[in-house]
Design a protein around this ligand. Structure first.
Ligand code: A3P
Length: 305
């Protein structure tokens, strides 16, 4: 276990494949690896802050006949399982969290499962159950860096400045799930057919065509233009910010109550929801270093902004 600069808690690096996790995660690795995958599973796989929640809600609505009423009544976190959540909840909070691995195994099909695990740490059966569908969402590395900075301030009490943060991100020490580029690469190089790659920037530019391609990918009923407009409105940042089932206000409050937060007042889980906020944070020199990583590791995957 290593103490990580700026964080209250230490982390571990799991080798191979070399990703950073909370120490508790070790206890669950075997169960995660042996989890039984089903052919009709839908896995939403992302590095944190790439547009996970946004995509989860789109997929849930498409798979549930655009049931906005339920979407506005039941928390997204209750409607969809976060696979490894059991392994990242804080023991210190002395609260009993649901065993998400068990819950996922008991869920009726078709299951929709959210995970931030890199491809190399997904259950073994993901390699044999080739019909299980995967949706991967990526985002401009500099915007991910800014968004994750606020995220860890909010949830893990990160107490350094942005200059330190961007260096940690670049060097692969930016909290659990990092390093970012290696994480995205793990999916990019995975050799499976049933996978769709979405980009945050494309969804911002043209949500409707992304709704269309996800509808086709999932084999869902096609929707009228009116229904698509309703879905777009439901998926807007404005709605996400104000909707209690989507903005994770209770969860954020809980983290504040257990003393885990170090965020400016009013910064919520759904923050700005824009493309290019990085210009307000990055020096030219640091921006160039991030671009170098983008080009080196996944040139094809780097959204134009
Ligand atoms: P910012 O911090 O840049 O605003 P994730 O769900 O993977 O944690 O991603 C969170 C990022 O997505 C945050 O980015 C958040 O504001 C943004 N986001 C959340 N809901 C959104 C929506 N409906 N439309 C666009 N962006 C959204």
């Amino acid at each position: 276990m290593q103490h990580s600069v700026g964080f209250k808690n230490g982390f571990i690096r799991i080798n191979p494949p070399g990703f950073i996790y909370l120490c508790e995660t070790q206890k669950y690795l075997d169960r995660l690896r042996k989890f039984e995958v089903r052919d009709d599973d839908i896995w939403i796989c992302t590095f944190p802050k790439c547009g996970t929640t946004w995509t989860q809600e789109m997929v849930w609505c498409l798979m549930n006949d655009l049931d906005f009423k339920t979407a506005k009544t039941i928390d997204l976190d209750e409607r969809m399982i976060f696979m490894e959540q059991i392994s990242i909840e804080k023991e210190a909070s002395a609260e009993v969290f649901p065993d998400t691995i068990k819950l996922a195994s008991e869920q009726p099909s078709p299951r929709i499962i959210k995970t931030h695990l890199p491809f190399t740490m997904l259950p073994d059966q993901i390699r044999t159950k080739k019909r299980a569908r995967r949706l991967c969402i990526s985002r401009n590395s500099r915007d991910v860096c800014v968004s994750l900075y606020h995220h860890w301030k909010l949830l893990e009490g990160f107490n350094g400045g942005f200059d330190l943060w961007s260096r940690l991100f670049l060097e692969g020490y930016s909290g659990y799930y990092s390093p970012f580029w290696r994480h995205v690469e793990s999916y990019y190089v995975s050799e499976y057919d049933n996978i769709i790659f979405l980009k945050y920037e494309d969804m911002k530019k043209d949500l409707r065509s992304n709704i269309n391609s996800v509808t086709t990918f999932l084999g869902c009923k096609s929707r009228t233009e009116d229904e698509k407009t309703q879905l777009e409105e439901h998926l807007s940042v404005k709605n996400f910010k104000s909707c209690p089932t989507l903005n994770k206000a209770n969860f954020v409050e809980h983290m504040e109550n257990i003393g885990s937060s170090n965020s400016e007042h009013g910064v919520g889980f759904v923050r700005k929801g824009i493309v290019g906020d990085w210009v307000n944070y990055f020096t030219e020199e640091m921006s160039a270093k991030f671009l170098e990583q983008d080009i080196e590791l996944f040139n094809q995957f780097n959204p134009q902004d």
